[in-house]
Write a protein that binds this ligand. Structure first.
Ligand code: HEM
Length: 330
């Protein structure tokens, strides 16, 4: 069996010491480097978008097998919570699958082998084969996220011209599940986020409507999460209840910087937006000193209500203690 039941406290060891996975012809690399935390001293909700690194739209790294096993488990046990497609999104989901298959086959051709005629894709890491022909339209988004490490969503416009979540396979969510929020507009999805409406809502609407097929974009986001000492990787990645539990007294190895690399692509045929999210976990004690200092600086800039949303009362003091233990001046 694959190692999804392995306890998460082994994960640091996995990342640092485990041999990289070698398939017959391919060596899987460490995760795509995340955007470093910049250390902004004045808090603002930022769009912070830049051009997509198109050669790395989707990634396949050394955590593939472990995360793939969790994705399969969630799709088997919690399918309606992690995957929903409204009827009007099916063409977009199918186009998304075609794009995913094409990209993976070209970029990671030794891992993902296609047979043009039969329209199947074979994954040499897991041994699975999926059909991507039109007869599989109803399952297209599911097949796509069984191949990728990224969560994928389809955004469409409603009669008011607002973007809404028309389909989503979000296996690694924080504080929400797809079945609760399918059909919500982007503005409503962000209603719990402090200052979203005031500082960024209009720019995000403009950005989404101006996105073209030739201007794909990406951005990064981070959350801070606390894991229980006995927590497994599934529980850390699938976080429908939110980030932290009040009663915890976390160590630096139990505080996790949870980064999301988000990508935005306009699909040429249907005109829908394909939104991708890759989650990468780094424990506080893995952060380089400069980034730890930047993180602590950003954290200190948060107004109290922003800190509360982000879970500061649970881990903030611990982060500052850890910085002084390492003689890092904030
Ligand atoms: C340029 C586009 C976007 C920006 C600037 C943005 C920004 C943000 C920010 C700042 C947060 C709060 C993170 C934190 O500080 O803890 C957030 C949370 C969130 N975002 Fe976005 N986001 C964008 C696009 C999207 C899209 C397309 C979706 C669709 C699935 C989405 C879904 C969410 C959800 C579900 C949350 C959690 C809200 C909660 O606390 O319940 N975001 N986003």
């Amino acid at each position: 069996m694959l190692y999804y039941s392995r306890r998460h406290h082994d994960q640091k060891e996995d990342k640092q010491h485990a041999p990289t996975i070698t398939t017959t012809t391919t060596t899987l690399s460490p995760p795509y480097p995340t955007q470093p935390i910049r250390g902004r001293e004045r808090y603002r909700v930022m769009m912070d978008i830049r051009r997509l690194d198109v050669a790395n739209w989707l990634t396949v790294d050394q955590n593939y097998l472990a995360e793939h096993a969790i994705r399969s488990q969630l799709l088997a046990q919690e399918k309606s919570k992690v995957l929903q497609c409204l009827p009007e999104s099916l063409d977009g989901c199918y186009e998304a699958l075609e794009e995913v298959v094409d990209f993976l086959n070209h970029r990671f051709g030794q891992v993902f082998v296609t047979t043009g005629e039969k329209q199947t894709i074979h994954n040499t890491i897991t041994g699975e084969t999926f059909s991507y022909g039109p007869e599989n339209k109803a399952n297209a988004l599911e097949v796509a996220v069984r191949l990728t490490m990224e969560d994928l969503s389809i955004l469409m416009t409603n009669e008011d011209g607002e973007y809404y979540l028309a389909a989503s396979a979000s296996l690694f969510p924080v504080g929400w599940t797809v079945d609760e929020r399918i059909g919500w507009t982007i503005a409503r999805l962000h209603s719990p986020v402090p200052l979203w409406q005031q500082q960024v809502a209009n720019s995000v609407s403009k950005f989404l409507s101006r996105l073209t097929t030739t201007s794909p974009m990406e951005r990064s986001n981070y959350f801070v999460e606390v894991r229980r000492p006995d927590e497994n990787l599934l529980e850390t990645l699938y976080r429908p209840q939110g980030l932290s539990e009040e009663a915890l007294d976390p160590t630096a190895h139990e505080i996790i910087i949870r980064r999301e690399r988000q990508t935005f692509r306009r699909l040429p045929r249907t005109g829908a937006i394909l939104f991708g999210v890759k989650t990468v976990l780094t424990t506080l004690d893995e952060l380089p000193d400069a980034e730890l200092r930047n993180f602590a600086r950003e954290m200190k800039s948060w107004p109290e209500y922003v800190g509360e949303y982000k879970g500061y009362p649970v881990w903030g003091k611990k982060v500052l203690e850890y910085c002084s233990l390492k003689n890092i001046e904030v």
